[in-house]
Design a protein around this ligand. Sequence first.
Ligand code: EPZ
Length: 425
Amino acid sequence: MDIFVIQGGSRLSGTVRVSGAKNAALPLMAASLLADGPVEIAGAPRLRDISTLGKVLGHMGATVERVGEGENGRETVRIDPQTVERAEAPYDLVKTMRASVLVLGPLVARHGKARISLPGGCAIGARPIDQHLKGLELMGAKTALLEGYVEVEAGAGRLSGATVCFDMKTVTGTENLMMAATLARGTTVLSNAAHEPEVCALARALRAMGADIEGEGTDKIVVRGVPALRGIRHEVMPDRIEASTLLLAGAITGGDVTVEGADPSAMDAVLTKLAESGAEVFAAPGSVRVRREGPIRSVNVETSPYPGFPTDVQAQFMAYMCLGDGFSIVRETIFENRFMHVAELRRMGARIDVSGNTAAVKGVPTLSGAPLMATDLRASASLVLAGLAAKGATEVLRIYHLDRGYEALENKLSSLGARISRVKE
Ligand code: EPZ
């Protein structure tokens, strides 16, 4: 297994280009199952999760290939769903990537049935899919849990429009049911829908495929079923979580980092907190720059559904607050166990007390490098940021977690002056 070796203390500066958003590319790949022709996803990041979903689609019989180097070395994933013959996602693939659940809605909508390995929990929480199943049942589907698989069958071979009110904001729940509704008979209303930019990007792609959708980005999405959807070519939006992580790498090291290709309009909550912490933030269409020269001011953060502070940036921001000038209260309201980075940060000298879903971070003047264990995708990024700012050497083990969501992060950071290398354990 690979590890990262980091020599802390370098101020990061320069410009780096952000990759396409993992959490936008995954639903787009699943949406290809709805189409009557090939779907091309331009700018998909080269990540394990993307190739895992590609394997899931391939297992079903779809043709999946990465074609040519697009502009800026960005690749295009081309999926032809016309050869799909098995509406099934097997355990050995789903267990490595929960987002495989996104094939559920499209399969039931297009093929009238689906058999998906029930995604297990993961490090950050139980991650149930009851909202996904509740919505499909309201749309006339029958669901059953057998031997760890969820089997779903549309009534009379086709889903019917329904009104679905989510008990909580769920990103993939909203995406799954929006996709299912595009080919259903009649109109579907999704209430308490998620507003994430990735949900809105999926709605735009489905509309380009011929779907009749309105209201994305609000609490209420209305989808009128159509007979069929066509293949399209769609550009993946930039990854706002990776962009936030790269900007925090600049802020935590007292550097000056510009992230090209980022969309600041999707990052208000993070940029606001960076500014409150004393960093200078310069936002322009297509790029964001952060520079920090003075002390890090400790600020409080509470995660919440978009447009609130993203849970996927909570761990990275906590690493930054470990070097703050006072106390920072970090509250995680989305997942029940997303503080696994705390124990590792403490090993570097961080002062953090946790009570339930609240962490009190007392800033310290310096962190010291240490061997650390990555536990989940965003916690791993938090440890890398802490290592960049720490005195001495840090080793981050099990960075396969990181490779799920960050494309060649060590290259991006090295291009900004970080002393980081990937070595075989
Ligand atoms: C998406 O996960 C993202 N993944 C996550 O990013 C992100 O952290 C999360 O949204 C929140 O923004 C993808 O988009 C592929 P949810 P998702 O359904 O859809 C509960 C990363 O780091 N819930 O919005 O699985 C759930 O347990 C990943 O890239 C139910 O109880 O998250 C959680 O507490 C991690 N029942 C809350 O809702 C359900 O049926 C929000 O979950 C569905 C969700």
